[in-house]
Design a binder for this molecule. Structure first.
Ligand code: PLP
Length: 432
């Protein structure tokens, strides 16, 4: 006889979770792996994972600290908080105190804790990273999307921010800005950041500045809005992208002094949820944030490769008739296939989701539809993560090419061949 009583097993799902699917990036990765296992050639331009290995010096630091076994303070290992604060001062010329730093198991988790702890609605651009909005939905916050456009490099304009500040004026809200931007790789210049900062300051907006791709600005010229609105900006970063350590799960927030209450409240929630971030990883992260000549050299070589590759594939797509903004940082581009809308309609493709699915089935090229980033489902945009190559060999090979020489097609074909092939297939397919 079945001992289980059916009614105990009925579905009682938190209404905020109902309809929530696994994160879009994870889903496309699973589908790509499944197709690969079935023997299909798949070009993995879906998941935004760094192609580069973790710098040797940081791996060695992790090896040396494998024995570290104690729970650490919820806000983070003191030496790591110090290293992050110093890094902040060195990079942005802004005073930060180790007590302003919060370490967590990935910046994604810290963002979730922030949204949970701060009692206000979420304001984000469209397009924006896939997880901000689902996190708000899980917690039960309202989301206000603000539109951006191809013409404005997919970033918020001061006029738009001014307008936003007048909607439900006075209500607490959290504004997230990400630059260089996932999904487009485009960034904001100093003047734009200054203008946005002035408006945010005047309207007392709490700003989360997601700068996880800042250190892989292709020219090493990343600027932070923290410089222009230090009182109201929380800086977000981590090891996942510039240090190739996504799976290590380490993120950092740096808070302005007036928001110490928020840091303390998040840490209190942290004690009841993740307890503390992995100890060996935190010890190793000290080495990463200290930087030094070897790590700077690693960064320079990484930037050189992703810059050359990003420009090359953008040019190829542009030549194929696709609308594209060239990337300034990170490893993404966000092409707009609207010039092919009628052609696609004839193939019964009328959403970016269908577009990506059919492309994957027909050519093996995996990318993410623009609708996953908050764009209108019928807008023919998609995100390409141009990371399907062996970053370790590319990093080694680039050592022997003098810095005054561009990384040409020969280099890219040899070391990033899959990405080039994928872009060729995509270009042919849209003209088919
Ligand atoms: C824009 C952006 N922010 C935050 C994250 C989260 O990174 P992590 O949790 O690995 O620190 C990602 C990861 O893909 C991202 O693309």
């Amino acid at each position: 006889m079945n001992k289980h009583k059916g009614h105990l097993l009925d579905v009682h799902l938190n209404p905020n979770i109902s309809g929530l699917k696994p994160s879009a990036t994870v889903a496309i990765n699973d589908l790509s792996n499944e197709l690969r296992q079935k023997g299909k050639e798949v070009y993995k331009l879906g998941l935004g994972q760094s192609p580069f290995p973790v710098p040797e010096q940081v791996v060695e630091a992790l090896q040396k600290n494998a024995f570290q076994k104690d729970y650490l303070p919820v806000k983070g290992l003191r030496e790591l908080q110090e290293a992050v604060a110093e890094h902040h001062c060195r990079t942005f010329g802004i005073e930060a105190n180790p007590d302003d730093v919060l370490i967590g198991p990935g910046s994604k988790e810290l963002m979730f804790l922030l949204q949970l702890t701060y009692f206000g609605n979420l304001v984000i651009p469209s397009p924006s990273w896939v997880s901000y909005a689902p996190q708000a939905k899980i917690i039960g916050r309202d989301i206000l999307f603000f539109p951006t456009s191809f013409e404005n490099d997919w970033h918020l304009t001061p006029e738009e921010l001014e307008k936003l500040c007048h909607i439900k004026k006075g209500e607490p809200r959290l504004l997230i800005l990400n630059y260089p931007l996932n999904p487009s790789g485009t960034t904001m210049d100093r003047d734009r950041l200054k203008d946005l900062a002035e408006i945010a300051d005047r309207n007392h907006v709490v700003l989360l500045s997601d700068e996880i791709y800042g250190k892989i600005h292709h020219d090493g010229q990343h600027e932070s809005i923290v410089n222009f609105y230090p009182e109201g900006t929380i800086f977000s970063g981590g090891l996942s992208k510039w240090c190739g350590a996504g799976g290590w799960r380490l993120g950092v927030f740096v808070f302005p002094r007036p928001l110490r209450w928020l840091l303390d409240a998040m840490a209190a929630v942290g004690t009841e949820t993740f307890t503390s971030t992995s100890a060996p990883i935190q010890y190793a992260a000290i080495r990463a944030f200290q930087e030094g000549p070897e790590i700077n050299d690693y960064l320079k070589r990484s930037r050189r490769i992703i810059k050359a590759l990003g420009n090359h594939i953008s040019k190829k797509l542009e030549e194929a008739g696709v609308r594209i903004r060239y990337p300034h940082g990170g490893f993404y581009i966000f092409p707009d296939f609207s010039p092919f809308k009628e052609k696609l309609k004839a193939k019964k493709i009328n959403t970016s989701e269908k577009f990506c699915r059919r492309l994957l089935e027909d050519t093996g090229v995996a990318m993410l539809p623009g609708s996953n980033f908050g764009r209108h489902p019928e807008e023919m945009t998609a995100r390409i993560a141009y990371v399907d190559f062996d970053g370790k060999s590319a990093l080694e090979a680039v050592r022997s090419i003098s810095t005054d020489q561009p990384l040409g097609e020969h280099f890219l074909k040899t070391y990033c061949g899959n990405v080039l092939k994928a872009i060729n297939r995509l270009s042919e397919w849209i003209h088919d």
